[in-house]
Design a protein around this ligand. Structure first.
Ligand SMILES: Nc1nc2c(ncn2[C@@H]2O[C@H](COP(=O)(O)OP(=O)(O)OP(=O)(O)O)[C@@H](O)[C@H]2O)c(=O)[nH]1
Ligand SMILES: [Mg+2]
Length: 286
């Protein structure tokens, strides 16, 4: 049995979580078109008879702005100790530049093999992909470089094989059927947050967090927290239209997770400056 851990590095929004989901073969991390979607470390686990590959999805590398983003950056830093490899994700749709070089300096000095995934190659012209691969190759002494599309799945199987190749003999770290290490309440909160992110923009997504208050046989109750009254108005929407839509989108996925029908009760509340409140961050597990 081969087993081990691979940490996922990259700038915000390059598709790390989408790629972890594709590699794990199911949804473990939420995804959005806004940067800073992932706030905690999430293990995505792929297990077969021959191997267990544990991917650590992480927040993107960033300059901390407040206690929340400080905690996120600390999560990133601490996740690169004791890994069998690093999966360094780049977006082929953006210029490979200073931000990527900054991260490259950090990941290549770790001593673990670095596999570069040049993501989002779907619908790009071959010539453009080739140019981006050349720029990616200049970032450091990589073990392998794979053009992939986490969205279409192109190249994902080959990338998974590459990562499995980094693993040594080892035990099963997680039960064979388990795809993530996240507690059920956290998974539910994240699904709700994902829908809230999709329906809001500008500063609002960053000010949203979700706390699940209760899960029982028939119902799930959760609070959607924002920082200001005007953000609350946006998340509630006219006549409650936005929060209702968040619930409509989240409920089927929550029901799939729980394996039963539930009534989803969402309340939007204002928690001023929760991103700066250490006790709140602790309660959220961030
Ligand atoms: N076209 C295309 N879009 C992609 C691909 N992979 C991810 N995306 C999109 O890129 C955006 C960001 O994806 P995420 O997986 O949330 O990115 P991330 O790197 O985890 O972002 P953070 O958690 O904020 O650091 C989403 O809108 C995805 O749908 C891809 O292969 N092709
Ligand atoms: Mg993410």
């Amino acid at each position: 049995m081969k087993s081990g851990f691979v940490a996922v590095a990259g700038r915000p929004n390059v598709g790390k979580s989408t790629l972890v989901n594709a590699l794990a073969g199911g949804k473990v991390a939420i995804v959005s078109d806004k940067p800073q979607t992932t706030r905690r470390r999430i293990h995505g686990i792929a297990t077969t008879d021959d191997y267990q590959l544990v991917l650590a999805d992480l927040p993107g590398f960033q300059r901390p702005l407040d206690p929340l983003t400080e905690h996120m950056q600390r999560t990133v830093e601490s996740a690169f100790e004791d890994v069998d490899g690093v999966l360094f994700v780049l977006s082929a749709r953006e210029r490979i530049g200073a931000g990527d070089r900054f991260i490259a300096r950090r990941v290549f000095e770790l001593g673990a093999p670095v596999v570069i995934a040049l993501n989002k190659v779907d619908r790009l012209k071959p010539g453009h992909i080739a140019t981006q691969m050349t720029s990616a190759a200049r970032l450091g002494d990589f073990h392998a470089l794979h053009p992939v599309s986490a969205k279409t799945g192109d190249g994902v199987a080959a990338l998974r094989d590459e990562l499995v190749g980094l693993l040594g003999e080892g035990p099963l770290y997680f039960p064979a059927g388990e795809r993530t290490d996240q507690p059920r309440e956290v998974q539910i909160a994240e699904l709700i947050r994902e829908k809230a992110l999709a329906l809001t923009r500008e500063e609002v997504p960053h000010a949203i967090t979700v706390l699940v208050e209760s899960v029982d046989e028939k119902s799930v109750a959760a609070d959607v927290l924002v920082e200001t009254e005007s953000q609350k108005q946006i998340v509630v929407g006219r006549g409650g239209s936005v929060i209702r839509e968040i619930g409509t989108r989240a409920r089927p996925e929550i029901e799939q997770l729980l394996g039963r029908h539930v009534f989803l009760e969402l309340r939007v509340k204002v928690r001023p400056r929760w991103r700066r409140d250490e006790s709140m961050l602790e309660r959220l597990g961030l």
